[in-house]
Design a binder for this molecule. Structure first.
Ligand code: PGA
Length: 253
C-alpha cells in the first residue's frame, strides 16, 4: 500500500470559476508537499477547468450515472467525467444516499461503470447517529460494503473506501480516535475476508469534520490511509493546512 496519505477534497455543490484560483494555489503548493497524494472533486461544471489549472493533483467527480449515455436528463456518465479530465469518482456519499435515495444496488452499478470506463472509485460508507446509538454501526457499514462490492471486479489500487459517519459530516464533530480506529480495523479485516491479500492494498480514508487541527491525530490511527475533506477543502488556505500536516514525515497510521 502507498505510504503517502491520500487527501481528497470534496467540494460538494460549491464552486464557480471564481474558485479556480483556490485549485491553482493548492496545485502549486503540492509541488513542495509530495509526501501527500492530493485530489479534488469539484462540481461537474468545474472538472475540465480544474484539470487545466492543476497539473499535479488528481481531479474527479462526485457521482456518475451507471449508463454510458442515454435519456437521463441532468445526469452525467463516467465516460463524461473521464472526458472532462477526471480520473476518479466518489460514489455512495451519504448525501447521495439520503437526498437522492441511492441504494447499494445502484451504487454497485455505478461502480461497475466507473471501473469499466477506467475511473478509480472512492466508495463512501457510514452509519447514522441512530444506527450508532443502536450499536448497529458495524453491521450497517459492512452491509453497505458487501452489497456495493459484490461481483465488482477491479484492481485493489483502483478502489478506495471512505468511512464517513453521517453524524460527523459537516457538524464540526469528528468521530473520536477510538471510534475511527475500531471501524477502520474492522473494515481492514472485512476487506481481507472478502478479497484476501488484495484487501490489504485498498486504502481506507476517514471523512467527517477533518481539519488542519485534527488531521495529524486522525492520520496517526492505524489503518487510516488518508482523509476525505468537505468544508475544509473549500479554500486553499484551510485545505493546505491539512495537506501540510499530512505531508509531515510521521503522519500515517
Ligand atoms: P466535512 O464533509 O469535511 O465537511 O465534514 C466530509 C464529506 O462529506 O466528505
Amino acid at each position: 500500500m502507498s505510504e503517502r496519505p491520500y487527501i481528497v477534497g470534496n467540494w460538494k455543490m460549491h464552486g464557480t470559476r471564481a474558485m479556480l484560483a483556490e485549485a491553482r494555489a493548492i496545485d502549486r503548493a503540492t509541488e513542495r508537499l509530495m509526501r501527500a497524494e492530493v485530489a479534488i472533486a469539484p462540481p461537474f461544471t468545474l472538472i475540465h477547468a480544474v484539470r487545466k489549472e492543476a497539473g499535479l493533483i488528481a481531479v474527479g467527480g462526485q457521482d456518475c450515472h451507471p449508463d454510458e449515455s442515454g435519456a437521463h436528463t441532468g445526469d452525467v456518465s463516467a465516460s463524461m467525467v473521464k472526458d472532462a479530465g477526471g480520473s476518479f469518482v466518489i460514489l455512495g456519499h451519504s448525501e447521495r444516499r439520503q437526498n437522492h435515495g441511492e441504494d447499494s444496488a445502484l451504487i454497485k452499478r455505478k461502480m461497475a461503470s466507473a471501473f469499466e470506463t477506467g475511473l478509480n472509485v472512492i466508495l463512501c460508507v457510514g452509519e447514522t447517529a441512530e444506527q450508532r446509538d443502536a450499536c448497529k454501526a458495524r453491521e450497517v457499514v459492512f452491509q453497505q460494503l458487501a452489497e456495493s462490492l459484490a461481483e465488482v471486479e477491479a484492481a485493489p489500487e483502483r478502489l478506495t473506501i471512505a468511512y464517513e459517519p453521517v453524524w460527523a459530516i459537516g457538524t464540526g464533530r469528528s468521530a473520536s480516535t477510538d471510534e475511527i480506529g475500531d471501524m477502520h480495523g474492522a473494515l481492514r479485516s472485512r476487506l481481507g475476508e472478502m478479497l484476501g491479500m488484495e484487501g490489504e492494498d485498498i486504502r481506507i480514508l476517514y471523512g467527517g469534520s477533518v481539519k488542519a487541527e485534527n488531521v495529524t491525530e486522525i492520520l496517526a490511527i492505524e489503518n487510516v490511509d488518508g482523509a476525505l475533506v468537505g468544508g475544509a477543502s473549500l479554500s486553499a488556505e484551510s485545505f493546505l493546512g491539512i495537506i501540510i500536516a499530512a505531508a509531515a514525515p510521521d503522519s500515517e497510521g
